[in-house]
Design a protein around this ligand. Structure first.
Ligand code: PA5
Length: 343
């Protein structure tokens, strides 16, 4: 067994503290829901603008909202965005150029708009245009601030009757998982899954409510553990990716499929997973399953997401890296800034 006590020294920037307090952050974040004004009502669809760790909130919102929600990760908006659209800009730093560009364009088409940010150019733009914005606490990595980027919106849409499960019940459901996954809990389930993934290339599969969660696992493994990871969704992958298994044993021997499972999986998806497991086994390809826990679909999705955050944290420690820094992202943003306005 790895010496987790020693490996914890890799976490120089203390990502563990942000992870540990996730359930309490959710409770605090629900308190911010009242900062999203009610007078935005009357919208027919919601467009969430964001990138990376900020955008995932939009994907999750889309799965649990009863009004159409689309996440836009781009400089430009779809043509159909109009005055019936509620525009939500999410940028932890408030400085993300794609989000700012799309938000500026959106404000020319609708007056229903709100932003979530710690400040920066996004907050300044909101102040200038008299657009409400929800202040998100500073001091986190964007991906570690998910509670504050998602739950004010879930709370607000829930108040308007647009969320299918009660977001107020999620935090309690996650406390048990936290207690099971903290480093003080020796040989814990997140460490176990991290050990299974160590030295391999994870391919995370989700379906329905776990689709955004599978993507979050992939990005958390990328950013925390600093290694490649991929994802795909069922049932779609049964129509293409499955063919790639034919030669995977030769060219992707390090691959491992991880199925994110939920009791809310469509029965035909559940059947597909069973068949896929047989196909993977027959080709000598590795796989593992993780089942979400909780009474509601929202609770199970967040359970799996939080578990994945812990797994990526422990995988970072096994990889010998500090989970927090994301130097390649910062370097790229810096280089783009140097050429701002030139193209
Ligand atoms: O995880 C990260 O740091 C990134 O994915 C950022 O979230 C992304 O670059 C967008 O930045 P921001 O969340 O500040 O808008």
């Amino acid at each position: 067994m790895p010496d987790w006590g020693n490996l914890l020294a890799q976490d120089a920037s203390r990502m563990v503290e942000a992870l540990r307090s996730f359930p309490e952050q959710i409770e605090r974040a629900l308190g911010l829901a009242c900062r999203v004004p009610n007078n935005l009502q009357g919208f027919k669809n919601v467009v969430v603008l964001g990138m990376g760790g900020s955008a995932i909130a939009g994907d999750l919102l889309a799965r649990f909202s009863t009004v159409p929600v689309v996440t836009v990760r781009d400089y430009e908006l779809p043509t159909w965005v109009n005055s019936d659209t509620l525009l939500i800009a999410i940028s932890y730093s408030g400085e993300t150029e794609e989000t700012l560009s799309a938000f500026r364009e959106g404000l020319r088409r609708t007056r229903r708009a709100v932003a979530l940010t710690t400040g920066g150019a996004l907050a300044a733009l909101c102040e200038e245009r008299d657009i409400p914005w929800v202040p998100v606490p500073p001091g986190f990595q964007p991906r570690a601030a998910l509670a504050f980027l998602l739950f004010p919106l879930l709370g607000c849409l829930s108040r308007l009757g647009y969320v299918r499960d009660d977001p107020a019940r999620v935090a309690a459901a996650l406390r048990g998982l936290r207690d099971a996954c903290v480093p003080e809990h020796q040989a814990n389930p997140a460490q176990d899954v991290a050990q299974t993934l160590f030295g391999r290339i994870p391919v995370i599969y989700g379906a329905g409510i776990t689709v955004p969660v599978a993507y979050r696992w992939k990005t958390q493994i990328n950013e925390n553990a600093k290694q490649p990871a991929y994802w795909a969704e069922l049932p779609e992958l049964c129509h293409n990716e499955i063919v790639g298994y034919e030669l995977a044993g030769k060219v992707f021997a390090q691959g491992i499929v991880l199925f994110l499972r939920s009791s809310f999986d469509h029965p035909r998806v559940a059947r597909r997973v069973e068949i896929l497991k047989e196909v993977l086994s027959s080709r000598g390809l590795a796989f593992r399953e993780v089942w979400g826990q909780g009474e509601t679909a929202l609770a199970q999705a967040l359970w799996l997401l939080y578990f994945g955050d812990w797994v990526s944290f422990y995988l970072a420690l096994l990889n010998g890296v500090d989970p927090t820094p994301v130097r390649p992202i910062q370097e790229l943003k810096k280089r783009l800034k140097e050429t701002a306005g030139s193209g």
